[in-house]
Design a protein around this ligand. Structure first.
Ligand code: HEM
Ligand code: HEM
Length: 185
């Protein structure tokens, strides 16, 4: 992909990262209030899904890792003097990141709240509360974790191939060579 395209991809990651930091810090503030701290402490492993798991990953992966990825997409072409290897992998990286972080957050938050409230309402332990939401809990957790994993691995692959590939492609826009004997009309 040309450096303008990887700059635009970087910008999308910055906007997504900043949005995630907004959501994550909003949750951080809310979970600092006494009522929610009490709910989190009373619901054990269900509360653990909401804080720290949902909170940590939306802030760290959605926010920090996305902004790190944006920096790499911006800096690497300039540091190496060549374009990022694959436009397709870059776009896949972004879509998988949005889908993975978004779904991981929603899954952890929804099942954490549903299972925690069920524990308190029915006076049951966590495994019994979680059993009500199987196989959806397990499927949602594993599937969204896989999407986040794929988002990271497409990024890693694109960066490594960009660095290690043999051919040198200039970041100067390429000009198609004229065929021998061809004329301008
Ligand atoms: C307004 C901003 C924020 C507030 C009010 C806030 C609040 C909190 C609270 C109340 C906890 C739970 C602590 C506990 O259970 O003892 C927590 C945990 C955590 N927060 Fe935040 N947070 C904020 C922003 C962030 C950001 C920006 C990041 C990362 C970039 C972050 C990463 C974490 C992590 C990793 C944990 C888990 C720590 C552990 O495992 O003990 N937080 N936060
Ligand atoms: C595919 C990517 C990832 C997945 C699926 C994932 C999933 C998980 C899981 C299942 C836990 C253990 C929760 C528990 O039972 O306590 C965890 C903990 C944690 N992860 Fe990740 N993680 C990923 C990447 C990352 C990255 C890139 C960071 C940081 C930049 C991170 C930060 C943390 C932190 C701080 C904790 C500890 C939270 C706590 O219990 O205090 N994770 N993660």
């Amino acid at each position: 992909m040309t450096s303008e395209v990887s700059d635009r991809l970087g910008l999308k990651f910055i906007l997504f990262g900043v949005f995630c930091l907004f959501v994550g810090t909003l949750q951080g503030f809310l979970q600092s209030t006494p009522r929610l701290r009490h709910w989190i402490h009373s619901t054990g492993q269900a509360g653990h899904l909401v804080d720290p798991l949902a909170h940590a990953h939306i802030n760290l992966i959605g926010g920090v890792v996305s902004i790190v990825m944006a920096m790499v997409y911006y800096l690497l072409p300039r540091m190496l003097g060549r374009n990022i290897w694959s436009h397709w992998l870059g776009q896949a990286n972004f879509i998988l990141m949005v889908a993975g972080v978004g779904s991981f957050y929603v899954v952890l938050l929804c099942f954490g709240i549903l299972e925690g409230n069920r524990m308190l309402d029915e006076g049951i332990v966590y495994p019994v509360a979680r059993a009500h939401y199987q196989p959806y809990h397990r499927f949602g957790f594993v599937f969204s974790a896989l999407l986040m994993g794929l988002a990271h691995w497409t990024f890693v692959l694109n960066v490594f191939v960009t660095y290690f590939r043999k051919e040198e492609t200039s970041i100067v826009p390429s000009v198609k060579p004229l065929k021998e004997g061809s004329k301008f009309q």
